[in-house]
Design a protein around this ligand. Structure first.
Ligand SMILES: C[C@H](O)CC(=O)SCCNC(=O)CCNC(=O)[C@H](O)C(C)(C)COP(=O)(O)OP(=O)(O)OC[C@H]1O[C@@H](n2cnc3c(N)ncnc32)[C@H](O)[C@@H]1OP(=O)(O)O
Length: 761
């Protein structure tokens, strides 16, 4: 029997408790919405019911509307399958119910879940309950209404109740950031009426509902309130500022402006002139003038169009895809489905206190894992410890933890200069420079110094793990723990397994990843693994374009306009050139058939530049000001162009911005195809998640493979083929891409059986 259901129990006190049960997050799936309608109708009808409490089973109120329905809508283009949650259920059945309803909220009330709670006449919450409207992060806006029948801005009630309960500025902040607040803050803001311990939640909620039924407590309808919105001119000013801000911070996200438009409509025509009441009246069979019907229908058809556009937008498709793809990464065949139990990792040794080692140490201690940090001498060790201290105190300064907690956190770090502390560690992470011989020596040493259950991990970003483990006996314990810089902030943990790594070790590291709040993505072993390998043509493509005569700053601009936080040249400045040199050599060895060798970095270094490190790179870095393009780099670029001599006829090529973008990203797609073909990832969507979380590929474009499928494999293939004929083998389309383009099969479609035999997993 399905676990998804809505139940109702009527107590002797005359209170009906309606419970949503749809584990794990009580998502509002269509049968749940139908069940709620049915139970509210029954509770309203029954004479023995005086008041109602709405709650969720298993300590979670509701995670909102069922996101899987969006996937269906995106697949079919048919928005009519979306139920009318806002008007039909939350407004008509709940808010306008003839009996008082209390929401007993615990764990989380997000999206449609919070909308339900706000439709109730009071909200009682347990401590540390998350309350939020994260719909914008899925590309839609809170509280959509029906598309069948009439629809108007007034039907997006989720956007209207929140301002009426917490004030306009706070509501806008919550909706535009998609970040939840805790019930403690909700109580202060007025979103929550009472905060009670979890075990008293139902008792207090029942009593509250009865108090309302019997006139001892006020019975408030959120949508009718106007006391927190301020004057119309104030509201308009707040909205104007929010629009400007959203234009700056979310230029490519249409749902932000639509959300603000809808809030404004609700305020202007709802709370102030009362039109909302008339317009929402069109949803009910009451008498109203023909003019209003006509106007409402006209508005409705416009808004239905807006709604349809936004739900079916590429932005929503991309964001919903990334949400579900991220969840899918925790399912790894033969690892998470074979009944293994993760072992606890309490103490970790890190070898190397540089940028990566200290960042990883920070991520671990912040999440209560004891760390031993090893360096080769006390000077380096002190430097490493100081970096960790700065990281942790930086988090405290930014309000991410209390000062007290920061000091406690730092007490979980111990610096050492030898292996004596390694005897009882559960995991070692090697984070030294990218030098194969050094890594081989370290692994043969730690294998002896650590207990037999210990996970032996390397943070290499590029080097083949089989090479690193060549001198080890227990290669089943060797695994890649590839963090992205800065390791305490970037969310991705790329877990690299070899053919010999044991499933238990993989599961243990996945669990550590989750404990330290990273998203672990398990991938196979090869040079650069899944993420850096897929993206090595990103830097090379940008170098090739510059050498073909395209302006470097224009390239950075085009890439930023697409949605990356930085362009490739600014990114190189930030990362420093040393890493680029080291990994460049590895790629040149492994992928010699498709390398573009650019002398540009060497010329920059010769000129005394080292990027942000010394304030001089493609850009000039001065304290307190934004990086500025450095015109004196142009002569170095000219020299590079002269040396490579790739410009056809010695003249700069002429390309549109779109071509600039595609000439950089299509080679990345091409390498992603090889990664898919070789079975380096479990599924194509893992590469999407990794590109978003590790390379800052814009999430609203769905990740690298998803985006490529939106653009179309055929277009990618034809473009690469054309450029390979014009500019050489760097652009040569892979076999996988060619086949998919010819057959019209999406790049993300699972591999055929012949391909899956190649798997590196
Ligand atoms: C009408 C409204 O205005 C429109 C809406 O409500 S749109 C939906 C708005 N809600 C959201 O955006 C919330 C999305 N969910 C989340 O942020 C997080 O899942 C959470 C905070 C609820 C829980 O996080 P966490 O405990 O880490 O568990 P997490 O792994 O993310 O999710 C557990 C499972 O629940 C699923 N799930 C979570 N929220 C869901 C939702 N709203 N619909 C369907 N499934 C959902 C996940 O896909 C995952 O499934 P899986 O086990 O098969 O992989």
């Amino acid at each position: 029997m399905s676990q998804s259901k809505v139940t109702m129990e009527v107590g002797n006190d005359g209170v009906a408790v309606i419970t949503i049960s749809n584990p794990p997050v009580n998502a509002l799936a269509i049968p749940i919405i139908d069940g709620l309608k049915e139970k509210f109708a029954e509770a309203t009808r029954r004479n023995d019911v005086k008041a109602i409490v709405l709650t969720g089973k298993g300590g979670r109120f509701s995670g909102g509307f069922d996101i899987n329905v969006f996937t269906k809508v995106h697949g079919t283009g048919d928005v009519s399958v979306m139920p009318d949650v806002s008007v039909d259920l939350v407004t008509n059945a709940v808010e306008d119910c003839k009996k008082p309803i209390v929401a007993a909220v615990e764990g989380l009330a997000l999206g449609g879940g919070l909308e339900f709670a706000m439709g109730c006449h009071a909200r009682i919450a347990a401590p540390r309950t998350q309350l939020g409207l994260p719909e914008l992060s899925l590309g839609v806006i809170p509280g959509f209404g029906a598309l069948t029948g009439l629809l108007c801005y007034g039907s997006f009630k989720g956007t209207q109740r929140l301002p009426r309960l917490v004030g306009l500025s706070k509501a806008i902040e919550m909706m535009l950031s998609s970040k939840p607040i805790m019930s403690e803050e909700g109580k202060k803001l007025g979103l929550i009426d009472a905060l009670v311990p979890s075990k008293e939640l139902l008792k207090v909620s029942r009593a509250w509902a009865l108090d309302m039924a019997e006139g001892r407590k006020p019975w408030l309808r959120s949508l009718h309130r106007t006391d927190k919105i301020g004057s119309l001119s104030e509201a308009r000013e707040v909205l104007r500022m929010a629009r400007l801000q959203a234009k700056k911070t979310a230029p490519n996200l249409p749902q932000h402006q639509v959300c603000l438009d809808v809030i404004e409509e609700g305020i202007v025509h709802g709370g102030y002139s009362g039109v909302l009441k008339v317009v929402s009246g069109v949803f009910r069979p009451i008498a109203f003038s023909c003019i209003v019907v006509f106007l409402a229908e006209e508005i409705a058809s416009d808004e239905a169009k807006v709604f349809k556009e936004i739900v079916l937008s590429d932005t929503s498709r991309g964001l919903v895809h990334v949400f579900l793809a991220q969840r899918a990464t925790s399912k790894v065949p033969s690892v998470t489905d074979v009944g293994l139990k993760p072992r606890q990792v309490k103490k970790v040794a890190i070898i190397g206190g540089g940028l990566m080692g200290s960042g990883i140490a920070t991520a671990l201690i912040v999440n209560n894992i004891f760390v031993v940090l090893k360096e080769v001498n006390s000077e380096y060790l002190l430097k490493g410890i100081k970096t960790v201290e700065a990281n942790v105190r930086g988090l405290a300064n930014r309000g991410k933890m209390t000062k007290d907690k920061a000091e406690k956190t730092l007490s979980m770090l111990k610096g050492v200069l030898d292996y004596s502390e390694f005897k009882d560690v559960d995991m070692v992470i090697e984070a030294v420079i990218e030098n194969v011989a050094l890594k081989q020596k370290i692994f043969s040493e730690i294998e002896k110094a650590c207990p037999p259950h210990c996970i032996l991990a390397t943070n290499t970003s590029t080097i083949d793990l089989n090479l690193i483990g060549e001198k080890m006996n227990s290669q089943d314990r060797l695994i890649g723990a590839h963090f992205f810089s800065p390791a305490h902030l970037m969310p991705l943990l790329e877990i690299v397994r070899t053919q010999k790594t044991s499933p238990q070790i993989i599961l243990d590291l996945m669990t550590v990843g989750k404990v330290i709040k990273k998203v672990p993505v398990v991938v196979g072993n090869c040079t650069g693994f899944a993420v850096n390998r897929t993206f090595f043509p990103y830097t090379q493509g940008s170098h090739l374009l510059v050498n073909l005569g395209v302006d470097a700053y224009r390239i950075d601009r085009v890439i930023c306009n697409f949605g990356f936080p930085l362009g490739p040249f600014q990114l190189q400045d930030l990362a420093g050139y040393g890493v680029a040199f080291a990994v460049g050599q590895e790629y040149a060895k492994a992928f010699s058939d498709r390398i573009f060798k650019s002398p540009l970095l060497e010329l920059l270094v010769k000129d005394g530049r080292n990027g942000k490190n010394n304030g001089k790179g493609y850009y000039i870095y001065e304290k307190g000001s934004k990086p500025k393009p450095d015109p004196s780099v142009l002569s170095i670029i000219e020299e590079s162009r002269r040396l490579t001599n790739v410009m056809p006829g010695g003249k700069p090529i002429s390309v549109t911005d779109r071509e600039v973008l595609e000439m950089i990203l299509f080679p990345v797609v091409n390498e992603a195809c090889r990664v898919l073909d070789e079975g380096v990832v479990v599924r194509a969507s893992d590469l999407d998640v990794a590109s978003v979380l590790g390379m800052s590929f814009p999430s609203y474009r769905g990740g690298i493979v998803f985006w490529a499928d939106m653009v179309g494999a055929n277009h990618v293939y034809r473009s690469l083929k054309k450029w390979s004929e014009m500019y050489g083998s760097f652009y040569k389309p892979s076999k996988f891409l060619e086949e998919r383009a010819m057959k019209g099969v999406p790049l993300s479609a699972p591999a055929t059986s012949s391909a899956s035999t190649k798997s590196r997993l």
